[in-house]
Design a protein around this ligand. Sequence first.
Ligand SMILES: Cc1cc2nc3c(=O)[nH]c(=O)nc-3n(C[C@H](O)[C@H](O)[C@H](O)COP(=O)(O)O)c2cc1C
Length: 322
Amino acid sequence: MIHAEPKDLPIPQIHGYLLGGVQPRPIALVSTVSKEGVNNLSPFSFYNAFGANPPTVAFSASRRGSDATFKDTYNNLIEMKECVVQAVTHAIIEQINLASAKFAADVDEFRISGLTPIDSDIVAPKRVEESPFQMECKLRQMIPLGDGRGSGNLAICEVVKFHIADDIFRAGIIYPDFIDLVGRNGGAFYTRASGDAVFELNKPDKGNCIGFERLPAFMKESHVYSGNNLGRFALTEKLPTDEEAAGFIESFRQPKDKKESKQKFFRALRRQDYESMLRTALALGDQGHLNIKILLERTAKCALENGNTESAWNTAVFAGSL
Ligand SMILES: Cc1cc2nc3c(=O)[nH]c(=O)nc-3n(C[C@H](O)[C@H](O)[C@H](O)COP(=O)(O)O)c2cc1C
């Protein structure tokens, strides 16, 4: 481990640690306008949403690392107190990258990036037509976080109007694959928040899950279950009794004279076919196979990772009873 206090580190190194350890960060594509009427468009990944009532987003347009001067976005916000914050999708990431280059204050980054400015309804800054998620915002507070090179300036903004493309919804929620957002990592890395990068977790929202500490010791001591496996097991409200588990397992028992092989078990594992794994493991147990407990734990793990919690729990409890 590296153990360091920021006072002993150069600012670029601190910046690098923050970018690398706080990621992927959402990206705000912020449009502002100067009092002379020049449009400005820049991406900011020190950004997030902070409350729904009132709807609040915040981002930090830091002082420049080179000379501690303020960025155009900061100056425009201080003068005009308005901006539009847009979501950054994969379809426009290269154009957003262009908008982040350092241009003079009188340069309109809509023209540099080729993105299309369209009028907002309430605020003066333009919206970016190509983004499917746009928020017209009023600046509520600007909090300076220092006065040196790289110091942040937290712009806390209230959303006064949303503009959201209706085709990014599925079942009432903005669906990750449809909005296809991009996040910022450290270095020059970015993350595409769709496809294989996206997964779902069951919410422990009822507050009556058993929790990690009430998991049976035979599960916590297992060398098969990972921390994630145990975390998912611990979401359950009630574990099956030994009798319930034995009853469940019985329906998978094959005739006593059925011969099975370990190879068949591992073929089923490759297919993630936990029911076949269970039948084979039980038959191997009947044949006197020594590692039956581990094979059953691997079966429970496979069922769990494929979303069948009932099968996973019954198999895990049965394995623990052996
Ligand atoms: C993806 C991405 C994220 C960025 N995030 C930030 C940020 O959070 N804060 C910041 O000050 N600059 C950030 N930058 C750099 C600014 O976009 C850049 O300094 C820009 O030129 C500022 O423009 P302005 O002077 O027109 O406001 C980021 C750049 C990129 C490409």
